[in-house]
Design a protein around this ligand. Sequence first.
Ligand code: NAD
Ligand code: G3P
Length: 292
Amino acid sequence: MENGHTGKHRVAVIGSGNWGSVASRLLASNTAKLPSFHDEVRMWVFEETLPTGEKLSESINQAHENCKYLPGIKLGTNVIADPDLESAVKDADMLVFVTPHQFVEGICKKLVGKLRPGVEAISLIKGMEVKMEGPCMISKLITDTLGINCCVLMGANIANEIAVEKFSEATIGYREDKEAANRWAKLFTTPYFLVSVVEDIEGVELCGTLKNVVAIAAGFVDGLDMGNNTKAAIMRIGLREMRAFSKLLFPSVRDNTFFESCGVADLITTCLGGRNRRVAEAFARNGGKRVF
Ligand SMILES: NC(=O)c1ccc[n+]([C@@H]2O[C@H](COP(=O)([O-])OP(=O)(O)OC[C@H]3O[C@@H](n4cnc5c(N)ncnc54)[C@H](O)[C@@H]3O)[C@@H](O)[C@H]2O)c1
Ligand SMILES: O=P(O)(O)OC[C@H](O)CO
């Protein structure tokens, strides 16, 4: 697959929160170096007005920094913030979805009929839609709404650590199209971000989704000062339940996927340092009442 205009792939990132900004930075460092990609990474920004009165997208383009979601880190001059969704994706043939999961359906509906032919997608979103008919994976939502192939990238990836180039691993899950998955792996791999590829899209995506539930339990354990042994038990039993639940939803899910970065490693990092753990700890320490 090649982009018709220049022969180079063009990347757009849909989302500019903490992980969206870090992913854009990482991708832009690679597109600047790899000859098969156009330098520029367009990053769609859900527009906000900052306390200074400035628009977030303008501030990003001026300072090359997302002062709200990733303060203190330069994104690279080739990351261009764009508050107009249609304009952000119009030339792209590689789309990275990285918004909170609850916004994806609305975004996809706005993109119907607006994409170039042959576009490929990848989802970095850890979550699922729960509909009346049952759970729906985000990659499937993207594929069904837009009629495009969609891989997933999950892993032990606390964004603030990747922002300062601390070593991390990640797992790309794909269905059938290994060539597309390898292209994504090339685009994401850096010396500090090591990506592996597995043919188990549901397994990889469910790991990224379900570990959040276990992390909340781990946060309760911390908030109740129950100790490390109890927390380890929660993580072990949680991993076993993640596997059982995943296989119940998709019998094709592979055991080995739970030993990739997207599985046990993401579970550990989220239960140690993730936001889901933190929020649950704060809730428990506050006697089960809302903190904010
Ligand atoms: N932060 C991490 O360390 C991390 C790591 C791996 C995966 N993830 C996953 O990445 C996804 C995105 O998380 P994040 O950390 O980049 O976001 P975030 O929680 O830092 O920020 C929220 C984002 O949502 C945007 N937003 C608010 N209202 C919106 C709306 N109505 N429509 C569209 N966007 C809106 C905000 O502008 C902001 O960009 C999540 O699924 C998360 O689980 C996060
Ligand atoms: O901060 P959390 O809990 O959303 O977790 C962040 C990442 O998913 C860790 O891999």
